[in-house]
Design a protein around this ligand. Structure first.
Ligand SMILES: C[S@@+](CC[C@H](N)C(=O)[O-])C[C@H]1O[C@@H](n2cnc3c(N)ncnc32)[C@H](O)[C@@H]1O
Length: 240
């Protein structure tokens, strides 16, 4: 049975989208230092394959990554060797270290409920030093989601071509969950065309849910609209 290497394909698709990871990381660094000028340590939570972390390592004296998936971290470890990478769930992880800043980008909709959002923000804030800064990139609000949304990506890597299409529909009673079905066709001269599918479930959170979660975690938070994050970023600071 053909098993697509989802981690490799995630990394290839994201790189092919022309997402400007370097400037996103630089902007995150700027926003953090505006609030905590001496910040020298950072944890990138849900760092995935390290697409931001490979730039954040140049901006902070100490940079580390955390992710639920050890496969994602193994890939990150190959591109940015020598960086501490921790396998853990942002809802319940415990590290000895504390950080001046924690980022969580392009990952928050993977939390399954408002309860999990609260737990994750509390856990992340727990790992900050006093006046430490938490930067979270939100996803769509419930009213912004377009039912039936179709996305497509084509990646060309030498003679190999990968096509990824996805279709997303609302799920659940409250209109705050999304089921995304993803189909992949992966073609190369030596193995022909291979197919794979996956289903990804995500959550849509309201601004109020974020505000409540930050307040419960002892943080002052605001949603700002910097240049490189189209949906804005929540920037929160631990009170003490
Ligand atoms: C779409 S990827 C984003 C990765 C990276 N931040 C980026 O911008 O490329 C989402 C990542 O979140 C991770 N993830 C999902 N739920 C998580 C959780 N509860 N705790 C830690 N990581 C989680 C996944 O394993 C995946 O690597």
């Amino acid at each position: 049975m053909y098993e697509l290497d989802y981690v490799e394909v995630y990394d290839l698709v994201m790189r092919s989208r022309g997402k400007d990871y370097e400037n996103e990381a630089a902007e995150a660094g700027r926003l953090i230092r505006e609030r905590n000028p001496e910040a020298s340590s950072l944890l990138d939570a849900a760092c995935g394959t390290g697409l931001h972390l490979r730039f954040l390592v140049d901006l902070f004296e100490r940079a580390e990554g955390l992710d639920l998936s050890s496969d994602m971290l193994a890939h990150a470890g190959k591109t940015i060797p020598g960086i501490p990478l921790h396998t853990g769930n942002m809802c319940d992880f415990e590290l000895k270290a504390r950080f001046h800043a924690i980022t969580c980008m392009f990952a928050i909709p993977h939390l399954r409920s408002g309860q999990e959002l609260k737990k994750a923000i509390r856990r992340l804030a727990h790992h900050l030093t006093a006046r430490g800064v938490l930067l979270i990139e939100p996803w769509f609000r419930p009213e912004e989601f377009i039912p039936g949304y179709v996305a497509d990506d084509t990646v060309t890597q030498g003679k190999r071509v990968i096509h990824r299409i996805s279709h997303s529909i609302p799920e659940g009673k409250h209109g705050d969950r999304v089921r995304m079905t993803v189909h992949y066709a992966d073609a190369a001269p030596d193995y022909g065309i291979r197919h794979a599918t996956e289903t990804v479930r995500m959550s849509l959170f309201t601004d109020e849910q974020y505000r409540e979660a930050f307040a419960a975690a002892g943080c002052d938070a605001e949603l700002v609209q910097p240049e490189h994050f189209p949906r804005g970023v929540w920037i929160a600071q631990r009170r003490q």
